[in-house]
Write a new protein. Structure first.
Length: 510
C-alpha cells in the first residue's frame, strides 16, 4: 500500500472512497492513478501527493487553499477538479479523466506540428491559462506533458492540467525556501530563475517556449547541461522558429520572440493575447480583441490592477483593465548579464532541484510562506542593463555570426543564388533577419558605440538586399535577383571591413 516516503496502490485498492483501476504515471509531486468514484461510477484521474511534501505545514495549508480555488475554475480548456482532500496524511486531487494522450507523446510521434494546428492549440491553452490567471493562480509548469488532448469532432481539444498545486504567488519569486524553483528547465521564465517576483506572465513565457517546440520539434535552448540551459533563458535572445523549420511563416517569429522576451513587461499581457496573436499572424490579420491583462489577485501583473473574470474564449465579456502602450510594449531586447558567481548559483539550483521536468508534475515541493496582505508591492522599473565590455561584445557578436554562417552553409545552393528560387530566397531572408535582430540587441561599450552602429547599419543593408532579391524572385525577375545579389556582395565587403575595425574575428570573415 503506502510506505513512509511513497504512495503505492494496486488495482482494486481503495483510497479516500475511490477504487483504483491502474497507474497512469509518476512525477516529482506524486503518483497519478485512474480510479472510479463509487456511486457515480465516474472514472477520475486521482493524483496522490508525495507524503514528504504533505509533511510541510506550509505546503499542506496552501495545498488546501489553492485546491479550493482550482476547483472553482470552469473552462473548456482546463481539466475540471472534482474534489481535493487528505486521506491518511496523503493529500489528493480527483479530476476529470481525459481519455486520449498528452501533447508530449504526440510530439514524440510526430516531431512537430503544422503551423495552423500549432497556433490553434496555443490559442486554446492561452484561453485556459487566462481562466487560471483570472482565479489568481499561476501555473508555473506549462509544458507538453501538462497538456492533455482529446479528439472532439475530428479536431484536437486541449486541456491544461496539473495546476492543482499551482502557487498563489503574492510575495513569492520562482525560488523556494530551499533554493529550488518551480518549473521545467526548457520552459522556465527568466524571473523564475533569477528569483524575481513571478506573475501570470511567467506562463506567457512558457507558452511561447511551447509554441516554439510545436513549430520546430525542438526546445528553444537545447544546451548541454542544466546550468547552460538556465543561463540561456536569462541571457540568450529568443530564437526565431522559421530558422529551424522552413514551413514556419516568418510572421510567427515575432509572436514567439515577443512571448519569450526577457522582461515580463515586453511580453503579451495575457496568455490569451499570445494565442490570438499566433492565429492572426497566420492569416495576416489583427487579433479580434485588444490586448489586456486578465490576471487577478496574486497572479496579477505588477504594472496594473486587474478586475476581470474570463469566459471560455475570445467571446468573453468580462471587464478588464487594458494595459497602456508603455506596459504592453513591443519587444525590446534586454539581456540580463550573469557573472560567474551567478552562473555557479544557477548550477547549485540545478543540483538541488530534484523535481524538474518529471513525468506528470514537474513542480517543486517547497513553498514560501506569504504575508497576510496579498496585494503586490509596486515593482520598480527595471534599470537599463550595463553595456558590454569590448571582449564580451566581440565574443557575443562572433557567436551570432558563427551560428549564422553555419546555417548559411547548410542551405547554400550556388545554382539558386542568382535564380528566381523563392524558397531559397526566403531562407536567406530568414537568416539575415535573425542575424540583424540579434546583433541589434547587443549594447556596445561607449567607446565602440559609433563604430558598432555603423557595423549594424551595414548588416541591416545586407538584410534589405536579401529582401529585394526575394521580392524579385517572387516576380520571377531573374535580372532583379542578380542585381540584388550584386548589391549584397558590395555591402558584405563593407560590413566585413567595419567588423575588422572593431576587432571581430568571425564577423569580419566571409
Amino acid at each position: 500500500m503506502m510506505g513512509d516516503r511513497s504512495v503505492e496502490l494496486s488495482p482494486g485498492d481503495e483510497f479516500a472512497g475511490y477504487r483504483i483501476e491502474r497507474l497512469l504515471g509518476r512525477g516529482g509531486m506524486g503518483v497519478l492513478y485512474l480510479a472510479v468514484e463509487p456511486g457515480l461510477e465516474r472514472r477520475v484521474a486521482l493524483k496522490l501527493i508525495a507524503p514528504e511534501a504533505a509533511a510541510d505545514e506550509v505546503f499542506a495549508r496552501r495545498f488546501a487553499e489553492e485546491s479550493k480555488i482550482a476547483a472553482s475554475i470552469e473552462h473548456p480548456n482546463v481539466v475540471p477538479i472534482y474534489a481535493a482532500g487528505e486521506e491518511g496524511g496523503v493529500p489528493f486531487i480527483a479530476m476529470r479523466y481525459v481519455s486520449g494522450s498528452d501533447l508530449g507523446k504526440r510530439l514524440a510521434r510526430e516531431g512537430r506540428l503544422e503551423p495552423t494546428a500549432a497556433a490553434r492549440l496555443i490559442a486554446q491553452l492561452g484561453n485556459g491559462l487566462d481562466a487560471i490567471h483570472a482565479a489568481g493562480l499561476v501555473h508555473r509548469d506549462v509544458k507538453p506533458a501538462n497538456v492533455l488532448l482529446s479528439d472532439a469532432g475530428g479536431e484536437d481539444h486541449a486541456y491544461i492540467t496539473d495546476f492543482g498545486v499551482a502557487r498563489d504567488v503574492a510575495g513569492e519569486s520562482g525560488l523556494t525556501q530551499t533554493g529550488r524553483f518551480v518549473g521545467t528547465l526548457d520552459y522556465v521564465a527568466p524571473e523564475q530563475i533569477s528569483g524575481d517576483a513571478v506573475d501570470a506572465r511567467a506562463d506567457v513565457y512558457a507558452l511561447g517556449c511551447l509554441l516554439f517546440k510545436l513549430l520546430t520539434g525542438e526546445v528553444p535552448f537545447p544546451k548541454d547541461g542544466e546550468a547552460a540551459r538556465l543561463y540561456a533563458h536569462v541571457n540568450d535572445p529568443p530564437p526565431a522558429p522559421s530558422l529551424y523549420a522552413t514551413a514556419v511563416p516568418m510572421a510567427l517569429d515575432d509572436v514567439v520572440i515577443r512571448a519569450m522576451s526577457k522582461q515580463p513587461g515586453d511580453r503579451y499581457p495575457s496568455a490569451g493575447d499570445l494565442g490570438r496573436a499566433a492565429v492572426a499572424a497566420l492569416s495576416g490579420s489583427k487579433p479580434d480583441l485588444s490586448e489586456r491583462t486578465v490576471a487577478t489577485g496574486a497572479a496579477a501583473t505588477r504594472e496594473a490592477e486587474t478586475v476581470a473574470a474570463v469566459g471560455p474564449g475570445p467571446e468573453s465579456t468580462g471587464r478588464t483593465r487594458r494595459l497602456t502602450p508603455a506596459v504592453a510594449g513591443t519587444n525590446r531586447r534586454r539581456g540580463l548579464l550573469l557573472g560567474a558567481a551567478a552562473l555557479a548559483a544557477l548550477a547549485g539550483i540545478v543540483v538541488a532541484a530534484v523535481a524538474l521536468g518529471g513525468g506528470d508534475g514537474g513542480g517543486g515541493n517547497d513553498v514560501q510562506a506569504t504575508a497576510s496582505d496579498t496585494t503586490p508591492e509596486p515593482k520598480p522599473k527595471p534599470q537599463p542593463e550595463p553595456s558590454l565590455t569590448k571582449s564580451r561584445l566581440i565574443a557575443k557578436a562572433d557567436a551570432i555570426c558563427k551560428e549564422s554562417q553555419d546555417r548559411y552553409l547548410e542551405v547554400r545552393d550556388p545554382e539558386s543564388e542568382r535564380s528566381a528560387d523563392v524558397p531559397y530566397a526566403e531562407a536567406l531572408v530568414r537568416l539575415a533577419r535573425a542575424r540583424t535582430r540579434e546583433l541589434r540587441g547587443l549594447r556596445p561599450p561607449p567607446q565602440l558605440a559609433d563604430a558598432y552602429d555603423e557595423y549594424v547599419a551595414a548588416q541591416e543593408r545586407v538584410y534589405e538586399t536579401d529582401k529585394q532579391a526575394l521580392t524579385a524572385a517572387r516576380k520571377e525577375d531573374v535580372a532583379g535577383v542578380e542585381a540584388a545579389r550584386d548589391h549584397r556582395d558590395a555591402e558584405d565587403g563593407l560590413r566585413e571591413e567595419l567588423a575588422g575595425k572593431i576587432g571581430f574575428e568571425v564577423c569580419s570573415t566571409p
